[in-house]
Design a protein around this ligand. Structure first.
Ligand code: AMP
Length: 323
């Protein structure tokens, strides 16, 4: 079984480094920090680290360890929530002695000794929970809070279709066994300043919606400054525009000045978008993807492809409902 294979390697190594994708979201952080804390709790003598850039927005999920080169020595790397080499945050994966991948994205490339990929899982945090429940890895309330936050965040409160009976069973057992206070998790995840709501209002009023049902907005530095929000806040807004009658797929394009790229956050409630995102230095899930673009000319090209996907999708729907 995959669980015992992974557990055996965890047991064998005295030094374990957990890594995830760049630009972390709550699931990437929660799955690495949650698994780190579970391994530490089960094996207090091991050196276990969760590394990658610190994300101040999500500091309530716990602290990230600072990486140093000595962490490569005779160490096991576990990469979570990341399907490809180019998006590993902050380490050279080739320098670890052994590697495990635990991921819920569609397969992109093989680079680990053990690859546990389940693209039917709602989140990497769900897979960590499954691993804990099927091995001798331990759980406490603090770990439960992290994993719950990761699952809730990646499913948008159990709204998306990859919320399955398995997700709900695992979460039910998690709540039962740990008595976690999920209202405090919601406070951390959803409490936000009024400026973000005002910014959301700006987006709603200024979205371009094509006749094929594709909606998008280009957010330049001026507008981010006016509302005093950063590009990652702008990207996260994408999740608030689901379930709108006239819109089948939608995207936020925001300038990330520090890295001199335009970040695209794309969502869909029908047309498959990850294949299109992959043409633009991006990827992700069938209905939730991201990309990094050089300039607003590239944005226009991506808009055309996404609009075309909406056209094909809506004509397919028309055909099937008219039959
Ligand atoms: P985001 O819109 O940043 O929340 O990303 C949505 C999904 O797309 C996540 O599963 C990300 O891991 C993935 N993703 C975002 N940006 C990229 C990228 N540049 N390359 C590949 N996958 C990405």
């Amino acid at each position: 079984m995959i669980y015992s294979k992974i557990f055996r390697l965890i047991k064998k190594y005295d030094k374990i480094v957990l890594v995830r994708h760049v630009g972390p979201d709550p699931d990437a952080l929660a799955s690495t920090l949650g698994l780190r804390d579970s391994i530490r709790l089960t094996f207090p003598k091991k050196e276990v680290y969760a590394v990658g850039a610190f994300a101040s927005n999500f500091k309530y999920l716990g602290h990230v360890d600072k990486f140093d080169e000595s962490m490569y020595d005779n160490a096991l790397m576990i990469v979570l929530d990341n399907p490809d080499i180019k998006r590993i945050d902050g380490v050279d994966y080739t320098k670890f002695e052994k590697r495990i991948k635990i991921d819920h994205h569609p397969f992109v490339e093989e680079f680990c000794d053990i690859e546990w990929i389940d693209d039917t899982a709602s989140s990497a945090s769900q897979m960590v929970l499954e691993l804990i429940f099927n091995t001798r890895l331990k759980l406490n309330t603090k770990i439960a809070e992290k994993l719950f936050a990761g699952i809730v965040s990646d499913t948008d409160r159990f709204l998306y279709s990859y919320t399955t009976p398995k997700t709900l069973k695992l979460v039910s057992r998690l709540i039962e066994e740990t008595n976690l206070d999920f209202r405090s998790v919601y406070n951390n995840l959803y409490l936000r300043p009024i400026k973000e709501i005002r910014f959301q209002g700006y987006i709603a009023n200024n979205l371009t919606i094509t006749p094929n049902g594709f909606a998008y907005i280009k957010l330049n530095d001026e507008i981010l400054k006016e509302y005093n929000v950063d590009s990652s806040t702008a990207g996260n807004m994408v999740n608030n525009f689901n379930y709108i009658n006239e819109i089948y797929a939608w995207a936020m394009f925001s300038l990330d000045k520090a890295n001199n790229v335009i970040k695209a956050s794309i969502r869909s409630r029908g047309p498959v978008i990850n294949e299109i995102a992959s043409h633009f230095n991006g990827g992700g899930h069938a209905l939730a993807s991201g990309a990094r673009l050089k300039d607003f000319n590239e944005v226009d090209k991506l808009v055309l492809e996404l609009d075309e996907a909406c056209r094909v999708y809506t004509s397919f729907i028309k055909e099937t409902t008219e039959e």
